[in-house]
Design a protein around this ligand. Sequence first.
Ligand code: NAD
Ligand code: LMR
Length: 327
Amino acid sequence: MKTPIRVAVTGAAGQIGYSLLFRIASGAMFGPDQPVILQLIEAPFEKALKALEGVAMELDDCAFPLLKGIVQTADPTVGFKGANWCLLVGAKPRGPGMERADLLKDNGKIFIEQGKVIDAVAAADARIAVVGNPANTNCMIAASQAKRLPPERFTAMVRLDQNRAQTQLAKKANVDLTEVKDIFIYGNHSPTMFPAYAHASIQGKLATRVITDLAWLQGPFLETVGKRGAAIIAARGASSAASAANALVDHVRSLVTPGAVHSVAVKSNGHYGFDANVWAGMPVRTTTAGSYEVITTYAMDDFAKSRLAATNKELVEERAFVADMIQ
Ligand code: NAD
Ligand code: LMR
């Protein structure tokens, strides 16, 4: 039996938490032979902590063989202690008519504190994955507070966008979605994101040879993927939760699987024209469990370059908006 890993999850009693924790405890995130200890962190409010108690009871009632312990706390220093993975989900979701960036000032404060505490008490090998919106900039904020843990350990989730794009391409081409490969998301988890359709393949052929309707690829496709979160809020009255939890399972699973290639928002080193020190979606390949390299070899045409410039501009503006907070 392997040594259990400690997985801290914030917002554990929220919507995403309710879909996520059971998948982690069942082995979907770290594999069927990897025991886990769940360290569940909630906001310090009676209602949230009471709800967390209920979630913990349900986890107990599942009798998951891999679940070796549950910590319930409102104290981040307890919740992140010794954590090997810190999944930062807890934050306010947007409502109808809002953009994710509208959450920055409120949610940004959470990530200042959590970045500091994680840096102080998490395990030496800690990895951090940010879901709370606006995810890219919250990730940058958390990383800015860390002195011990290097910035590459901090990633933000754009995998939901990749999954959405894959499905849209499969539907348009009328193929099974497993036949759509190499569709990667660049930039911000916002409507400016760029799913680079020109690099995708469908049944082993370039996607643009299978879907020859460029107007659809540059119009409705980008629009549908970029605004899918808002469409779900409009339809459901609440932001995506099960699909977001599923994408986080995929995000972490791929990051611990050597050879996996997927879209992750990581600290830019100038690749694809992103400003240094913004966290931008790009394709990465897992090298060893938990470590990755950015794939820098994809060529961009003029249309792609203009989209990358637009999403970079938004990330730079978000960073400027919180500059006073992160000093
Ligand atoms: P929710 O409101 O259902 O749950 C959020 C939970 O976080 C609540 O239980 C709340 O008490 C808790 N919380 C708030 N502040 C906290 C803190 N400081 N520490 C610990 N817990 C705290 O929201 P949700 O639907 O689960 O969404 C959570 C976040 O994820 C939102 O910001 C949402 O916009 C974002 N999201 C991101 C993606 C993505 O693709 N990146 C997808 C879906 C949702
Ligand atoms: C999503 O993409 O579904 C989430 O980021 C929630 C939102 O606000 O759109």
